[in-house]
Design a protein around this ligand. Structure first.
Ligand code: BES
Ligand code: MN
Ligand code: ZN
Length: 496
């Protein structure tokens, strides 16, 4: 989708769909101008009460070809709701409004649209024009996504071009580019998440990483094979893929676009392309959703996609631990003891607690990059879904500054996280009689003890863990990957 920042009056800009706003019960300037030319067609919509008062409600108005000579076929009148401070919206309101407008337009026959923001602005200090444009572009790109890869009956949106009409076109242009890039990253994470486990295997993820690097000179990719993992001593990661016919892959992507001396931020993604639970087999109900168990990896891919697309001036390394968790005659069994790359031995009491087993070796591998920070992203525990539901990602960290930076980024990106405790008191739940550490910590505080497990492997750098088990995908009629927390990750990396 193409985005343009434009200046100009509503009667001059040619488009198939003009998007105009009503706020605090009043038409904004562009809407007023149209209303005058269309014999009060817009104000009648307000009078009739057909346009509800809550932000994001919309009404279509068809433009007759005579007697007017307006250069549009249709108008989308969008309710911006009510505000305390004239035409000033919160970022969240603007996001809601643009998402609703984008959804309606991508379901229409319009191939292009022009959004007239007039005097609307945001409560954010400083770069309102830029932020408005970022949010707008992100909304339109996200709403254009349809899953089509294994479905033959899907209509894809016709919308190809969006013009953003405002005063500050210079800042709007920057915002549009950034929002479009983040939207692209979110959609690519959704696509990887939605792909079925028989297509999206560890090898598939590896080939995706290779093709991303091929298209971008600032990005290099390396695939660590099982044979090489053995040499590195990654007994924990390897124990997860033992029962599968699919080879595990450790995927390393390096994006270098800042000073050579600047230490990189490292992202680590859990990439279990299907989680049966292994010998500790999961119950059958909704097991299909365990194809989403690579959404941590997908979000890391998505973030890299976005950074590359916006040519962000940062150094970032992405590490994806990709494996399939299956039962078989060769699979790891409860009670087996494995040795991690760190040298710590692990008693695998439950083969369904596999995410931490692949992550711990990836986290040890991360040390070689002398990272400024390491953030891992994982659909790690059902317990996190019980604790926080689907609104907030669980955040754990051994570094308060890093935790605050991630929480802030989540708020800015409308991709919220909530900090959970990582206190020493919880650590003893991981004691084992037969190894240095057990891979489960009992029924209580399951999301916390999973994070405690990871903390044993992350002592050498500032580290945070994002448990996205509740936020990475939706169940039910709207089943599908959300692309979270790509927004949070990109915001964090750009802020730092
Ligand atoms: N991938 C799951 C976590 C999960 C389950 C995420 C359901 C979203 C929805 C993870 O590998 C897992 O199975 N965790 C176990 C850990 C337990 C055995 C300690 C869990 O949460 O039940
Ligand atoms: Mn599991
Ligand atoms: Zn899992």
């Amino acid at each position: 989708m193409d985005f343009l920042a434009k200046k100009g009056s509503i009667s001059k800009i040619k488009t198939q769909c003009a998007v105009v706003f009503v706020i605090n019960g009043k038409l904004l300037d562009s809407a007023k101008e149209l209303d005058a030319q269309l014999c009060g067609a817009l104000s009648s919509v307000l009078k009739s009460g057909d346009l509800e008062k809550s932000a994001g409600k919309t009404a279509w108005i068809s433009v007759p070809s005579s007697p007017t000579k307006l250069p549009y076929e249709r108008i989308l009148l969008v309710q911006a709701g009510s505000t305390t401070n004239t035409n000033t919206l919160s970022s969240l309101q603007w996001q809601k409004i643009t998402a609703a407008a984008a959804a309606h337009i991508s379901n229409s026959k319009a191939k292009d649209a022009a959004v007239f923001c007039d005097s609307l602005t945001l409560t954010t200090d400083g770069h309102a024009a830029r932020e408005m444009a970022t949010i707008l572009a992100q909304s339109f790109v996200k709403s254009s996504y349809r899953y089509t890869t294994t479905k033959t009956d899907v209509k894809t949106p016709l919308l190809k071009k969006v013009s953003y009409v405002c005063n500050d076109t210079k800042n709007a242009k920057l915002g549009l580019a950034q929002g479009a890039a983040i939207g692209l990253g979110i959609n690519s994470a959704r696509e990887l998440g939605n792909l079925p486990g028989n297509i999206c295997t560890p090898s598939y993820l590896a080939s995706e990483a290779l093709s991303l690097a091929k298209a971008n000179p600032k990005l290099s990719t390396k695939i660590v094979t099982e044979k090489q993992m053995e040499k590195l001593g990654m007994g924990s990661l390897l124990s997860v893929s033992r029962g599968s016919d699919e080879e595990a892959k450790l995927i390393v992507m390096e994006y270098r676009n800042a000073a050579k001396t600047a230490k990189p931020h490292v992202l680590v993604g859990k990439g279990i392309t299907f989680d049966t639970g292994g010998i500790s087999l999961k119950p059958g109900a909704a097991m299909d959703e365990m194809k989403f168990d690579m959404c941590g990896a997908a979000s890391v891919f998505g973030a890299m996609h976005a950074l590359v697309a916006m040519k962000a001036p940062v150094n970032v390394v992405a590490i994806v631990a990709a494996a399939e968790n299956m039962p078989s005659g060769r699979a790891t069994k409860p009670g087996d003891v494995v040795t991690s790359m760190s040298g710590q031995t692990i008693e695998v009491l439950n083969t369904d607690a596999e995410g931490r087993l692949v992550l711990c070796d990836a986290l040890t591998y991360a040390e070689r990059f002398k990272p400024k920070s390491v953030v891992d992203v994982a659909t790690l525990t059902g317990a996190c879904v019980i604790a926080l539901g689907s609104h907030a990602t669980g955040l754990y960290s051994n570094d308060e500054k890093l935790a605050t930076a991630l929480l802030e980024a989540g708020k800015q990106a409308q991709d919220k996280a909530w900090q959970m405790p990582l206190w020493d008191e919880y650590q003893k739940q991981l004691d084992s009689n037969f190894a240095d550490i057990a891979n489960i910590g009992g029924r209580e505080a399951g999301s916390v003890t999973a994070a405690c497990f990871l903390s044993r492997f992350t002592k050498k750098y500032p580290w945070a863990h994002l448990d996205i088990a509740g936020t990475a995908w939706m169940s039910g009629a709207r089943k599908g990957a959300t692309g979270r927390p790509v927004g949070l990750l990109v915001e964090y990396l750009l802020n730092n």
